[in-house]
Design a protein around this ligand. Sequence first.
Ligand code: GCB
Length: 606
Amino acid sequence: MTRCYTMLLLFMIPGILLPQDQDLLAVYPRPSQSLNGEWRVIVDPYENGFYSYRYEPFENAENPPRGAYFTNSKPRNKSDLIEYDFDSSEILNVPGDWNSQDEKLFYYEGTVWYKKSFDYQKKGPQNRVFVYFGAVNYQADVYLNGQKVGRHTGGFTPFNFEITDLLREKDNFLILKVDNKRLREGVPTLNTDWWNYGGITRDVKLVETPPVFIRNYFVRLAPESRNKIRAEVALGGEGGAGEAVTVKIPGLKIEETMTAGENGMAAFYLPAKDLKKWTPESPRLYDITLIAGQDTVRDRVGFRTIATRGQDILLNGKPVFLRGICIHEESPLHGGRATNEADARKLLGWAKDLGCNYVRLAHYPHNEYMLRMADEMGVMVWGEIPVYWTIDWENEKTYQNAESQLTAMIERDRNRAAVVIWSMANETPNSDARLRFMRRLAQRARTLDGTRLISAALEQSRVAGPGDVRTISDPFAEDVDVLSFNQYIGWYEGLPEKCRQVTWQISQDKPVLISEFGAGAKQGFHGDALTRWSEEYQADLYRQTLEMLSQIPQLRGLSPWILVDFRSPRRSLPGIQDGWNRKGLISEDGQRKQAFGVLQAFYQKK
Ligand code: GCB
C-alpha cells in the first residue's frame, strides 16, 4: 500500500520536529562503531593543557602550541620539551565516572583530559560520520586529530558532532577536555543532594550515514485522531527535499511512502486498526523500519495515550494509579553512575518487585538504556531535567542551558511509550523570575511534545489559621497537568506521628502525585519506631505517611524517595550515612529494608 500526501498535512498540527536542528538524533537504533573501553587520561586541575601561563586559551591561537594537550604532541628529538604524554598516562574506562574508578579522584571536581585512538574505514565514499556521546558531565570540549569539533554543556544529555572532514583511515586521536566544576549559573547549580560524578559517563560511538540521512523521527498515536498513527520523519544532509521516505510497521501490515517536502520532512497518518496498546501489564512494542534513500533505521515503538480528565490520569482512556518510586542513576552492580543495560534491568526489576508500574527518574535525564528497558518491562516514566533548588533564574544563559537540556531529553525519549510525564523542575523557590523561567520551559515542552503530561515537583505550604492544614499555593500549579509535590512530614518536620495531625486541602481540580516522601534508615540498624536511622523508624514513617496521603481525594500516584541508597556529599554522619543518603528502601549492596515491605503491601492493594 503506497500513498502520497501533500506536505500541507504537516502544518495542520503543531510542528513537532524542528527543521533547524541539524544534529543526528536517532543514534541507538543504528549500527555504530563503539569507542567505549579504555581511554588514556590526564588529570589537570590547573587546566595547564588548555590555558597558557597568561591564562589565554591555547585554542584561540592561530597555531596552538604543542603544549596544548589537544595537539597530542610528542618530543621530536631527545632534547625537545613536551611536558605531557597521553600514551603513558593512566587509564579510565568509558563509559564511567572517574570518581568511582580511581580513589584519588573520588572528590575531584575539575578538568580531566581523555584520549582515544582509533582507525576507521568508511563504508561509502560519500558517507558522513558523526561522533556521538551519550553524556559527558559537565562540559566537554571535543577535538579530533588536533582540531576542535565543538563544545557541549550539560551532563546528562546526548550530543554529537560531524567529523567527516577530519577523519582519517588510520591513527585518529579523539581528545576531550571534560570539566565537572559546579557553577552558580549552571544547570544544576552549585548545590544538589547527589554526587557530582565527572567524566564520559555514557557510551561513545561513531555513526556513519549516507549523505542524506534520517535525523530524527516521532512515531505515536495521532493526538487529534486516536485511530491513526502519526509518523514524522526529519531528514538531514543536503538534498533531503524530494527524497522518498517509507515507514514500515509489519505487525500492523503498514508500508507507506511519501516524498519529503522542502524542509526535508515527511509526515504520515497511518491506519492504527487492530493495534494492541502498550500498557504496563502488556507492554507491546512494534518493530518499525524507516527508509529514506539509502538510509534505514529500525526501532521498536509502543502506542498508548496518556491524558487527564478532572482529577484522573487516563492511560489508554482508563483511570490509572501510578504506583511509583524515585530512582537516581547509580549502579547497584558496579557503583558510580549506572551506564548499561544490566544496570537498567536491575533497577527497574527491583521497582517491579516492589509492585511499581511507574518510576520517577530523578533529577536529570537518565541513560537511554533505562528508557528502552522501561518500554520493554512495562514501567511508566517521569523524565526530569536538573532544574533543581536555587537556579540562577534571572540569567538568560541559564535559561537557554535548561531549555537545551529539556529539548535534548524530549527529542531523545519521545518515541518511548513508557514516558508519560515531563517534569520541569524539583523544589524550586517561588519568585516572579522563577515563574517566568518555568513557564517558558513548560511552553517549550508542549511545543516539542503535545502528547505527554507536564509536571514539576513542587513544595507544599501551611494554611494560616487553626489546625495543621496543608495546601499547594505555588502559582506554577496552574501550568501543570498533574499536580506533584514533595513532603517530608515525620522526617524533616516532626516525628512520624505528625502525619496524624495534618490534613490536606488541595483546591486545584487536577490529579495529585506525591513526587517524594521518605526517611533515612541504615539497613541492619534496628531500634524502636522512634529511633532515628532505624529500619523501624523508616517503616513506621511509611505506614503513617501512606495513611495520611490516602486522605487526599485527588491522589493518583506516589513516588517515594527512593529505591536505593545513593551517594551524596551532603550526608556525612559517621557510622550511619558515611557519604550516603540513606532514604533508600534498598541498601547500596542490595539488601531490602523493612519499609520496602510496607510499600509493597500498599501497592498490592492498589
Ligand atoms: C528532596 C530532594 C531530593 C533529596 C531529598 C532528601 O526534597 O528533592 O533530591 O535527596 O529531599 O533526601 O532530603
